[in-house]
Ligand binder design. Structure first.
Ligand SMILES: [Zn+2]
Length: 676
C-alpha cells in the first residue's frame, strides 16, 4: 500500500471511528442499536466495563487467520471490502463502453488479480530498476536514482505540506525516513524481544537478497550492511513522542541551508529530477536526521548504498511480485511482526490496492451505490448537535478565562464538517492503467501520487481535499485545515443509523463525532488557530491549567499494561485519550439535550443511561494478537480498546451514577481527570 508522505500527515490525527455494536442487528429503521448478546452480564460493570459490554462479542468473534486483530471496526471494513469487490468485478469486464473511471479501477483490479501472469514474470518487472542501481558508480549519482524511487522509502521522505505559519499556502517538505522496520525504536530498544526481532529482520533481508539471486555468503553481509545503515538513520530520527509537538517539526529553511546540513547528498540534482529545479525553500521537519544522513553518506561506500537501495526496491515491490517474494514478505511483516497466521486472499489485497491508489475513482462508484444523499444530511444534523454541546461545554468550564474561551469558540465555529466524500473528485485522467501490467500500474500510480503532491507546492491550499478515501471505515481531524472528516464508509448501518434507539447511538457515533471535534482542542490541536496556523491563542495561565489537566490523563493511562511488562506510553496516546474523554462527555450532553422532556423507558433490563454507555463500550469490542499488541504499543497513538472504554468511563460521574458504582470500585477513578 502506498504510504502517504509523512510530512503531510505529520499533524493529522486519525482516530479509529467508533462503530455500532450489533453485528447481527438489522439495518432497518427504529431497531435498537444495542446487541445484548455481545455483553457479558456475569461481569460487574463497576469492575471491568469493557468485559461487561464486550465479553460476549469477544467469545463469539475469534480473530480470523488472515487478520492481526479483529474488532467492530475491522469487521465492518471486511464487509466493505466485499462490497468493493462487487464494484470492481463489474468494472473489470472488458467492455469497450465502460466509462473512464470504470476502465481504470477495473483494469487495475484485473491486473492485480491475474496471479498466473504475475507468477510467470518472477523478478522481471523490477529488473530494469535493479540494473539502474547496478550502474551507479559514484555517490554523486545516488540523488538521481533516489528521485526515481520516490515511493520506495529510500533515504528520507519528500513531498508537499501546508505552511505551518501561512495556512493558505502549500510548501515543500523533507522529513526523516528510509527505514525498513515500522519505527526508529525497533533499532534502539535493548529488551530481549526487540533484540530477537532485529535478528529476524536481518534474516528476512538476507532471504530477500537470496531471492534476487545473491549467494548466501554475500546475502549475509548485505543484510548486515542494511541493518547498520538503517540503525544509524534510526538513531538520528525523532521519536513519535517528540514528533507530537508540532513546534519541534517547524524548521523552514532555504535550499542553501539544507545543503549546508547535508552537503553530500545532491539536493539540486534531486530537485531537478523530481521536476522542481527552482525550489528555493522548504520545511525540514527533522534537521538532525539530515545531519545524520550526511555522516552516513560519508561513512558508507557507494557499494553499500547500492545494497541499501536494492533492499528497499525489492521490499517495496514484494507485495506485487511472484509468490516467493510475496510469501517471504508476509512471513516477516505479517506473521513475525503482527502475528497474522495467513496471508489475506488476493481479492482483499487487490481491493485495498485500488482503494489506496485510485481511492477517489473507486469511491465514486461506492458512494453512488451505498451512500444515499439523505445520509449526508442526517450525519450533518448529529454533528451540529455535538458542536452545540461543545459550545455549552466550553462556556461552562471553570478553569478557562473568558479571553481564551472566546478564541476557542471562534475555532469551534470555524471548524469545517466534511461528510461522506469530497465535493470535487480527484482527476485521474493523466494516470495510465494498463491491463496486464501489474507492477507498471503500481509504479505509475505511485509516481502519479508523488507528482500530484509536488504540483501543489507554491499554490494555495485546497481546503476541499480529503486524506481518507470515501470507502474508509474511519474518521479524522486535521488541525491544519481545522476540519472533521467522516468518510461514507463509516456512515453505514449498523455504525450509523440515526433513526435507531437514541441512547446507544449517541454513545457510539455521537462519541466518535465528539472525539474528532475534541482533537481540535487536544494537546496538539490546541496549538493551531481557527485557520490552521501554528499560533498560540491561549493565555499563559489557561495553558498551564490545560497542561495540568492533560497530565492527569497521561498519568492515568501510563499505569495501564498492554502486554507482558509493556505499559501504555501515556505521552504518545495523550491526544487520543483526551479526545476519547472529551468526546464522550459532549456526546452525553448532546444526548440529554436531544431527549429532553421525553420519558425514556428501560429496555433489555438496562436504563437509558446504561444503554448510552454500553453503546459506547461496544464501539470498542475487539481483540488483538500479542505480536500486534507489541507493535501498536510502539507506533499507535491510540490506547488499546479495553482502556479506551475503561479509562474513559472511570472518569465520568454520569457513568458511575448510571451503574451505581461505589467509591473504591475499579471503574471509579478516585483522582478524576477532566479536561473538556
Ligand atoms: Zn483520534
Amino acid at each position: 500500500m502506498s504510504p502517504r508522505y509523512l510530512i503531510s500527515l505529520a499533524v493529522v490525527f486519525a482516530a479509529l471511528l467508533s462503530l455500532a455494536s450489533a453485528q447481527e442487528a438489522s439495518a432497518s429503521k427504529h431497531q435498537p442499536a444495542l446487541d445484548v448478546t455481545s455483553m457479558d452480564r456475569t461481569a460487574d460493570p463497576c469492575v471491568d466495563f469493557f468485559q461487561y459490554s464486550c465479553g460476549g462479542w469477544i467469545k463469539n468473534n475469534p480473530i480470523p487467520p488472515d487478520q492481526s486483530s479483529w474488532d467492530t471496526y475491522s469487521k465492518m471494513q471486511d464487509d466493505n471490502r466485499a462490497r468493493l469487490r462487487g464494484i470492481l468485478e463489474a468494472a473489470a469486464a472488458p467492455d469497450p463502453n465502460r466509462n473512464p473511471v470504470d476502465q481504470k479501477i477495473g483494469d487495475y483490479s484485473a491486473s492485480c488479480m491475474d496471479e498466473k501472469a504475475i507468477e510467470a514474470k518472477g523478478v522481471q518487472p523490477i529488473q530494469s530498476e535493479l540494473d539502474r542501481i547496478d550502474r551507479i558508480n559514484s555517490k554523486g549519482q545516488l540523488a538521481d536514482v533516489a528521485a526515481s524511487m520516490v515511493d520506495d522509502n529510500v533515504f528520507f521522505d519528500f513531498g508537499s505540506m501546508q505552511d505551518l505559519h501561512d495556512a493558505n499556502q502549500v510548501i515543500a517538505g523533507a522529513d526523516q525516513g528510509g527505514l525498513g522496520l515500522p519505527d526508529r525504536d525497533y533499532y534502539v530498544k535493548q529488551d530481549d524481544k526487540s533484540i530477537e526481532l532485529r535478528k529476524q529482520y536481518v534474516a528476512h533481508v538476507q532471504k530477500m537478497f537470496e531471492l534476487l539471486g545473491d549467494p548466501s555468503s554475500t546475502a549475509v553481509t548485505e543484510a548486515q550492511t542494511v541493518m547498520r545503515i538503517e540503525s544509524a538513520l534510526a538513531k538520528g530520527s525523532m521519536t513519535r513522542v517528540e514528533r507530537r509537538d508540532p513546534k519541534a517539526l517547524d524548521h523552514k529553511m532555504t535550499n542553501v541551508e539544507l545543503e549546508k546540513i547535508n552537503p553530500d547528498f545532491g539536493w539540486q540534482a534531486y530537485f531537478t529530477k523530481v521536476g522542481m529545479p527552482s525550489l528555493s525553500s522548504l520545511n525540514v521537519s527533522a534537521p538532525f536526521f539530515f545531519k545524520t544522513l550526511n555522516n552516513e553518506l560519508e561513512r558508507e561506500t557507494v557499494e553499500n548504498w547500492k545494497i541499501y537501495l536494492r533492499w528497499h526496491l525489492v521490499h517495496a515491490a514484494a507485495p506485487h511480485l511472484s509468490s516467493v517474494f510475496l510469501n517471504e514478505n508476509f512471513a516477516f511483516y505479517g506473521k513475525t511482526l503482527r502475528g497474522q497466521q495467513e496471508l489475506q486472499p488476493r481479492w482483499k489485497r487487490c481491493t485495498e490496492a485500488v482503494d489506496g491508489y485510485l481511492g477517489e475513482a473507486l469511491g465514486q462508484a461506492y458512494v453512488a451505490k451505498y451512500f444515499p444523499p439523505g445520509a449526508k444530511q442526517q450525519a450533518l444534523k448529529m454533528v451540529k448537535e455535538i458542536e452545540t454541546a461543545m459550545e455549552q461545554d466550553i462556556n461552562s468550564l471553570t478553569w478557562m478565562s473568558p479571553a481564551t474561551k472566546q478564541q476557542a469558540l471562534v475555532k469551534l465555529h470555524d471548524m469545517a464538517n466534511k461528510i461522506g466524500y469530497p465535493d470535487k473528485w480527484r482527476d485521474y485522467s493523466k494516470l495510465e492503467i494498463v491491463r496486464g501490467d501489474e507492477i507498471g500500474n503500481v509504479e505509475r500510480s505511485k509516481k502519479f501520487e508523488f507528482d500530484r503532491e509536488l504540483s501543489k507546492i507554491g499554490k494555495p491550499v485546497d481546503r476541499g481535499e480529503w486524506d481518507m478515501t470515501p470507502p474508509t471505515v474511519n474518521a479524522y481531524y486535521n488541525p491544519q485545515l481545522n476540519d472533521i472528516n467522516f468518510p461514507a464508509g463509516v456512515l453505514q448501518p449498523p455504525a450509523f443509523d440515526p433513526s435507531s434507539d437514541a441512547a446507544p447511538n449517541y454513545g457510539d457515533t455521537g462519541g466518535t463525532i465528539g472525539h474528532e471535534l475534541t482533537h481540535g482542542f487536544d494537546d496538539e490541536g490546541r496549538q493551531f488557530d481557527a485557520q490552521g496556523n501554528l499560533r498560540d491563542w491561549w493565555t499563559a495561565e489557561d495553558a498551564k491549567e490545560f497542561e495540568k489537566r492533560a497530565s492527569c490523563i497521561s498519568d492515568q493511562y501510563s499505569s495501564y499494561t498492554i502486554i507482558d511488562e509493556i505499559r501504555i506510553n501515556g505521552k504518545l496516546t495523550l491526544g487520543e485519550d483526551v479526545a476519547d474523554l472529551g468526546g464522550l462527555m459532549i456526546a452525553y450532553m448532546a444526548w440529554q439535550a436531544d431527549t429532553k422532556g421525553e420519558k425514556l423507558e428501560p429496555l433489555d433490563g438496562l436504563t437509558p443511561a446504561q444503554r448510552f454507555f454500553v453503546g459506547y463500550g461496544q464501539s470498542w469490542c475487539g481483540q488483538t494478537r500479542d505480536e500486534t499488541k507489541r507493535l501498536r504499543a510502539t507506533v499507535d497513538p491510540h490506547s488499546p480498546e479495553k482502556y479506551r472504554t475503561n479509562g474513559v468511563v472511570s472518569n465520568m460521574p454520569e457513568f458511575q451514577e448510571a451503574f451505581h458504582c461505589k467509591a473504591g470500585s475499579p471503574m471509579v477513578n478516585a483522582n478524576r481527570c477532566r479536561v473538556w
